[in-house]
Design a protein around this ligand. Structure first.
Ligand code: PEP
Length: 270
C-alpha cells in the first residue's frame, strides 16, 4: 500500500461549485468582493458557475489570468439534437479550462450513471479540457460497509477510457454524498482513508504517474475545517459548494493553504 503524502502539485486546487446559484449580475458582484481578498492565495482557484453565468465570470476575471473557469456538466456529443445540453468542445471554445463530471447531484437528481460519466470524461479529455470526475458513497452505502466498493466501481467505469497520457488532464474529487450540503464533514482521517484507497487505484491503473493526479475532497468544506482537510493524507485540494457562494468565506478557504504549510508537507516527503 502507498503511504505518505503525495504532493501532486505544490499548489492545491480549490474549486468553487456554484450549482444553480449566482446570475451574471450576482457573479460580477461576487468577484468584485472576492478578488481583492485572494491576492496572495497560493491555491489554484477554479470556478464552476452556471453555464449562463460563465461569460460574465470570464469577463470579470479578465485581469486575473491565474483563476480558471469551468463548466458543471457537459454532454458527450459535440453537437446535434440534444436540447438543453452543452458540449465539451463548445465549452473549450468559450474559454473553459475544466469540467465537473458525475457530481452526486447529477447522479442522484438527473439519473447519471457510471457509464454516462465514462463517456463524458472521454469527451472532456478529447476536447482538451481538464476533467474532475466526482465519486463518493451515500450514507446507506457507508453504513453497509460498501463505501470503498462503490467508489472503486465509480473509478473503474468512469476512467475505463482514460489512457496513461489522458491522466495528465484528470483530477478526481472524493465527495461522500452524506457530507454534501448537509453540514456533516468527513473527518480528516476518514477522508484520508478513502483518498489513500483512491491513490492505490490510480497507481495500479497508471503506474507511478498515478501518484500525481490531484484528488480533491468535497463535502461541507468551510473556512474552519479547510486547513485540516487540506493537511490530510493524499488530499490535493478542495471542491466547495455552499461556502463558495460567499466571497469572504470562499476567500478564507483559498487562503487556508498557506505556503509555509506546503513547504512543511514538501519537506516531510523528502
Ligand atoms: C459540492 O457541491 O460539490 C459540495 C461539496 O457542496 P457543499 O460544499 O455545499 O457540501
Amino acid at each position: 500500500p502507498i503511504t505518505g503524502r503525495t504532493l501532486s502539485r505544490i499548489r492545491p486546487v480549490i474549486a468553487g461549485n456554484w450549482k444553480l446559484n449566482h446570475s451574471p449580475a450576482a457573479a460580477t458582484e461576487f468577484l468584485q468582493a472576492f478578488l481583492p481578498r485572494v491576492v496572495d492565495s497560493p491555491a489554484e482557484i477554479v470556478f464552476f458557475p452556471p453555464a449562463i453565468t460563465f461569460q460574465a465570470v470570464r469577463e470579470a476575471l479578465a485581469s486575473r489570468g491565474a483563476i480558471d473557469v469551468g463548466v458543471q456538466n457537459v454532454y458527450w456529443e459535440d453537437s446535434g439534437a440534444f436540447t438543453g445540453e452543452i458540449s465539451a468542445s463548445m465549452a473549450a471554445e468559450a474559454g473553459a479550462t475544466h469540467a465537473l463530471i458525475g457530481h452526486s447531484e447529477r447522479r442522484q437528481l438527473f439519473g447519471e450513471t457510471n457509464e454516462h460519466a465514462r463517456r463524458k470524461v472521454e469527451a472532456v479529455l478529447a476536447a482538451g479540457l481538464q476533467a474532475i470526475l466526482c465519486v463518493g458513497e451515500t450514507l446507506e452505502e457507508r453504513e453497509s460497509n460498501r463505501a470503498e466498493e462503490v467508489v472503486l466501481r465509480q473509478l473503474e467505469v468512469g476512467l475505463a477510457g482514460v489512457a496513461a497520457e489522458g491522466r495528465q488532464a484528470l483530477l478526481l474529487a472524493y465527495e461522500p454524498v452524506w457530507a454534501i450540503g448537509t453540514g456533516r464533514t468527513a473527518s480528516p482521517d476518514d477522508a484520508a482513508e478513502m483518498h489513500r484507497r483512491i491513490r492505490e487505484f490510480l497507481v495500479q491503473k497508471f503506474g507511478k504517474d498515478g501518484r500525481s493526479t490531484p484528488v480533491l475532497y468535497g463535502g461541507s468544506v468551510k473556512p474552519d475545517n479547510a486547513a485540516q482537510l487540506l493537511a490530510a493524507d493524499e488530499v490535493g485540494g478542495l471542491l466547495v459548494g455552499g461556502a463558495s457562494l460567499d466571497p469572504e468565506q470562499f476567500a478564507r478557504i483559498c487562503r487556508a493553504a498557506c505556503p509555509s504549510d506546503l513547504e512543511k508537507s514538501a519537506s516531510r516527503e523528502k
